[in-house]
Each structure stands twice: as C-alpha cells, then as structure tokens.
Design a protein around this ligand. Structure first.
Ligand SMILES: Nc1nc2c(c(=O)[nH]1)N[C@H]1C(S)=C(S)[C@@H](COP(=O)(O)O)O[C@H]1N2
Ligand SMILES: [Mo]
Length: 336
C-alpha cells in the first residue's frame, strides 16, 4: 500500500544518517557559530536531531514521586539510558512525528482524571480510575531494554505491574484468545489526531493487540512510571503497555480500553503498512525491515546522540530464553 510518495512515517534522514556524517555536520555548524537558537524556523524542522537534547528549553514537569520495590529478578546489569533522553526523544505520533514533538506538545495533556475500561470476554468487567491505576495491582521496578523498529534502543527503569495481574482479576472466559488495547482519542488535546499531516497519516485511535498467552507472560508490563516517578505524558501517562521482546510500537501509550476477544485485533502500524509491520513484531535481527537492516541498533546512552554506540540486536531483544517458547513451530519470517 502506497500512502504518499514520502510517507511521514518513513525513517527520517536524521535516523538513518551514519554517525560519522552527524559528526561532520555538527562540526560544520559549530564552526559557523550556528546553534539551534540562531537557525531559522524552517531549518529547525530539519535539524530536529539537534534540538532534541537542547537543555535551554524548559518543559513543565508534572510527575509525582512513585515508590516501588525493586524486583531483583528484573535488574539485569544494563547501563540505563539517562532520564533526560527518555523524556525528550519519543515516538508518540498523536503529538507529532518529530522525536522532540511529544515532550513539547504533550506538556499540558490531562491524565487525571482518567478511565480505563476492561471488557469483552471476561467474567468481571471493570473500570480503573486514576487512583486505581497506581493502587489496584502491586507495582514494582523493572529494567527493560526497549528496541524501536527504527533501529535505536534504550534501557529503561520502568515502574508498573504485570498485565497478567489485571487479566487474572478480570477472569478471561474460555473464548478469549487475544487482548486488544486502545489509546485515548481526543483530537482537542492531541494535535496529531486533528491533522493527518501532524499525525503521520495514522487513523486514530492508535490500537494494538497481543495473543492472550503473550499478554499473560510475566514479562509483559503495564507501566505507570519510570525513574522513580509517574510517567510523563510523552511516555504514555498515566499508563502504557511495555512488551520488551517486541518492537516499541507494540508498547501502546495512554491506554483507555482493554478488550478480551476471540479474533486477532487490528494493530495501527500493520494497518498502515502491512508489508513492513506485522502483528507479532518480535525483535528479530535476522528479519530485516524491507527498507533497512535490523541486525544492529544505535543505543541511546550517556553523551550526545552522535556518540551513541551501535550494538548488535539480540533475538527477542535479549529475552529469547524466556519467550521463544511462545512461538514454537511458527515461521517467524512469515509471522514477523
Ligand atoms: N499511542 C501511541 N503509542 C505508541 C506510539 C505512538 O505513536 N502512539 N509509538 C510507539 C513507538 S514506535 C515506540 S518506539 C514507543 C516509544 O516509547 P517512548 O517514547 O516512551 O520511548 O512508544 C510506542 N507507543
Ligand atoms: Mo518505535
């Protein structure tokens, strides 16, 4: 399916430019005495790679402290991505397609009050309100790798509860085979939903889904915070899914609806470009994206984006020993 000649969801130049070219460009700009502040607006749009980490811009921070016991089982020896970068380098197309858009445009996004409807093929339909999100199920801290399909990655100290806790409470009936998720639809608050151009041509609301056994897997998390605080809106406040062995787009943000169903639910990126994004979207270094390799990734750690190190991408994003069994007998090239 061809959406337009240069779809806005394609990798931006800044995402694919090799590191050495970044350095050169940056040096040239520096020598010319050009900083973001001196660039004309039109050029700023193309220079989004530079403004993502500019520290001069103050974005209001409405997060609260959130205490959760460590779960030692989920504290692997991973160097964390700095909090600042998790907050400023985002994909949340409801607020725009540039990495720096969500932090700016979601600054005033209202997440309290909030309602999450849990319904469908379950014995006990229920609704979570804002306070329930943090109190109904015991929360814990877990450090997970996050691998975006665009070939960059982060290590994030999430706070949340296993989706399985919520599903056990809901009691799926014997007919339930899948779990469908939906993000808030509110074009007044989400400029990307009000404009196809801003929102990357996606038909909103953003939807995602998991097979029930994937949803019940102990690694599958509903995150309600990170770095010891509640989630910032740009990270999907007040609650979002985190499925660490799948590409980041499965980890749907700002959820308002969870539905148990007997049919494989539609998923946003699969609807947009089915030949590029499958339902399963398991991280797989051996199955390339039609337009780029998935064999390695740019890890976003300390230092600036240009010095991010490339590292090999691991099967199932490093969680193979835990989750490979879910896909036994499946052709993962076919079910990408
Ligand atoms: N509703 C919604 N959820 C979303 C997205 C989005 O655009 N809309 N982007 C996804 C993608 S592509 C990634 S990589 C992660 C990014 O999460 P982060 O910004 O918290 O790192 O969120 C995912 N969840
Ligand atoms: Mo992503």
């Amino acid at each position: 399916m061809r959406i337009r000649s240069t779809p806005s969801w394609q990798l931006k130049e800044s995402d694919v430019t090799p590191e050495s070219v970044y350095h050169q460009r940056r040096d040239i700009l520096k020598k010319l005495g050009i900083t973001l502040a001196t660039l004309p607006l039109a050029t700023q749009a193309q220079a989004n790679i530079f403004d993502v980490f500019s520290d001069d811009e103050k974005i209001p921070d409405r997060r609260r402290a959130l205490k959760a016991p460590d779960s030692t089982r989920f504290h692997p020896d991973l160097s964390l991505t700095p909090e600042d970068k998790i907050l400023k380098y985002n994909n949340f197309y409801e607020f725009g397609t540039d990495k720096s858009d969500p932090a700016r445009r979601a600054a005033n996004f209202v997440t309290d009050p909030w309602k999450v409807d849990v319904s469908g093929m379950i014995t006990r339909p229920f609704t979570l309100d804002y306070d329930d999100i943090f109190k109904r199920f015991p929360i814990e801290e877990r450090i997970y790798r996050l691998r975006c399909v665009e070939a960059w990655s982060m290590n994030v100290p999430w706070i949340g509860f296993p989706l399985a806790s919520l599903l056990r409470y809901a009691q799926p009936t014997s007919h339930a085979k899948y779990v469908a998720f939906e993000t808030l639809y509110d074009p007044k608050q989400m400029p990307g939903q009000a404009s196809r151009r801003l929102g990357g041509g996606i038909d909103y609301p953003y939807v995602e889904g998991l097979r029930l056994d994937e949803a019940m897997h102990p690694l599958t998390l509903i995150a309600v915070g990170l770095y010891g605080k509640t989630l910032a809106p740009q990270n999907g406040a007040p609650l979002r899914l985190v499925v660490p062995w799948k590409y980041g787009f499965k980890s749907i943000k700002s959820i308002v609806k969870i539905t148990l169903t007997d049919k494989q639910p539609p998923t946003t990126w699969n609807l947009l470009a089915p030949q590029e994004y499958g339902f399963y979207a398991n991280v797989n270094p051996q199955v390339d994206h039609p337009r780029w390799s998935q064999a390695s990734e740019r890890f976003i750690g300390e230092g600036n984006l240009f010095s991010s190190r490339r590292q090999p991408t691991l099967p199932f994003n490093g969680y193979a020993s835990e989750v490979a069994g879910l896909y036994q007998g499946m052709d993962l090239r076919k079910f990408y």
